[in-house]
Design a protein around this ligand. Sequence first.
Ligand code: HEM
Length: 179
Amino acid sequence: MHGTILTLLKRYVQTQYDHSTWVKLVELAGLDKVEFNHKTVYPDEHIYALVGHAAEMTGLSAGELHEKFGEYLVPDLMYMYQRLLKPEWKTLDMLEHTELTMHKQVRQEHTENSPPVLAVSRLGPNELMIDYVSPRRMSGLAVGIVRGLAAYYDEADRIDVMPTTTEDGERVRIHVRRH
Ligand code: HEM
């Protein structure tokens, strides 16, 4: 997993909870010797262990935590890849273009990067379907990112996000509609 995601997870825990919670979390996950930075690609097991223990500590499910963290990630991801964004895009356009712009760029940056495949079908001007495919089973993060994008584009009260298959699978369909 891309170091950017792990450093943002660290900042998320430090700001939403506090620094000592992060210290406790890395100890529980057996990762207290690991330095997290944005340049390294870390084994996926690191993020599974951190999210798993964070879920135990907070009483939230891993899926709920993925959603909250996904929402939190958006402003930083948008800032980092702003050169790839088109000013006329809103939430649905952004979703439609993620696979062939942002995630494509991420794949090119490092051979070990493997963002999920997001096959997006635009069903109409105000509707689309995301087919999420990833062995990491982190579609809750995708749901959170969609919510974060809606907030980013000031459309939070108009965008409905509806997973149509259970969120812990390798293949998940997410229906997104603007009203
Ligand atoms: C500015 C836009 C975006 C950027 C720069 C971005 C970048 C990234 C990066 C760097 C990773 C880590 C990949 C790896 O370590 O192999 C990632 C993972 C992920 N991205 Fe994106 N992403 C963006 C938008 C989105 C959107 C719109 C969605 C879904 C609606 C999404 C869903 C995910 C998920 C669920 C993961 C976790 C890994 C997995 O499930 O396999 N991303 N993304």
